[in-house]
Design a protein around this ligand. Structure first.
Ligand code: COA
Length: 257
């Protein structure tokens, strides 16, 4: 398939799907989100694809977040729709009946960390860095991060990461249970392929039902609350200040308004 911001490469029966906006560290603009959604529709339909590896273009970033330039001028109502659309796209990944492995090859910040967490398994290269730094911009994670991070690492660690906006390295992410394995960058894709070739030998319906059942263990009304909370944070002056400060390469001056 042909996309503007995604590379679609099938190796035997495994799809390597690469977020491809290297000049913006693969930041997720709306058109990329739309393409991810279209790609997953095709993955659901295409019987010859047995598993997916999701990675980022270049050696620096998996995905450095939602595209902050699209935040400018966003009001509370746009913000809520944005979060809800993001939830829909990432639910498609999480509920995909075929195994999806995130091969995290650098920064996975904000929406990038959320994208990795929507995948079933996370492999991290030694240079991977994780964080939910939205509070630096005066908003909160809006693509499922408040829910999935809490599910993966527990509430205490999740709140620490989301409130401090700290960036953790791959070793710490492994210690926290955020990633399954840490590998040298060159071994990342081979390891993902090895895992998928093991999984694809199992009964596909059983694999799909394992995914379905594991996902069912979490209540999902938290996502509605998150979309609402994201909209509330996006309605603040601090959010406008935070996003503009990033783009102007200066420190944000928050007023609590
Ligand atoms: N949205 C939009 N553009 C982004 C971006 C994002 N989330 N992250 C990086 N970029 C852009 C930069 O603006 C820059 O573009 P430019 O060359 O046109 O100025 C380019 O990608 C390279 O990023 P740069 O900041 O120069 O790289 P760096 O190596 O100095 O820093 C990061 C890397 C990841 C630490 C830094 O880019 C960053 O903090 N990004 C934002 C992370 C974030 O807050 N994500 C959550 C968003 S909700």
């Amino acid at each position: 398939m042909q996309f503007e911001n995604l590379l679609w490469e099938v190796k035997e029966d495994i799809l390597l799907l690469t977020i491809h906006r290297p000049s913006k560290l693969n930041a997720l603009n709306q058109s990329t989100m739309h393409e991810i959604s279209t790609a997953f529709d095709a993955i659901y339909q295409n019987d010859s694809i047995k598993g997916v590896i999701l990675t980022g273009s270049g050696e620096k970033a998996f995905v450095a977040g939602a595209d902050i330039s699209e935040f400018i001028g966003m009001d509370s109502s746009n913000a809520k729709s944005m979060a809800q659309r993001g939830h829909e796209v990432f639910f498609k990944i999480e509920n995909c009946p075929k195994p999806v492995i995130a091969a995290v090859n650098g920064f996975a910040l904000g929406g990038g960390c959320e994208l990795a967490m929507a995948c079933h398994i996370r492999l991290a290269a030694e240079n991977a860095r994780f964080g939910q730094p939205e509070v630096n911009l005066g908003i909160i994670p809006g693509y499922g991060g408040t829910q999935r991070l809490t599910q993966l690492v527990g509430k205490g660690k999740a709140l620490e990461l989301m409130m401090t906006a700290d960036i953790i390295d791959a070793k710490e992410a492994l210690l926290w249970g955020l990633v399954n394995h840490v590998l040298p960058l060159a071994e990342l894709i081979p390891k993902a392929l090895e895992m998928l070739s093991k999984i694809k030998q199992k009964a596909p319906i059983a694999i799909a039902q394992v995914i379905r059942s594991a996902n069912a263990s979490y209540a999902d009304n938290g996502y509605d609350i998150e979309a609402d909370a994201f909209a509330k944070s996006a309605a603040t002056e601090d959010f406008s200040e935070g996003a503009n400060a990033f783009l102007e390469k200066r420190k944000a001056n928050f007023q609590g308004k």
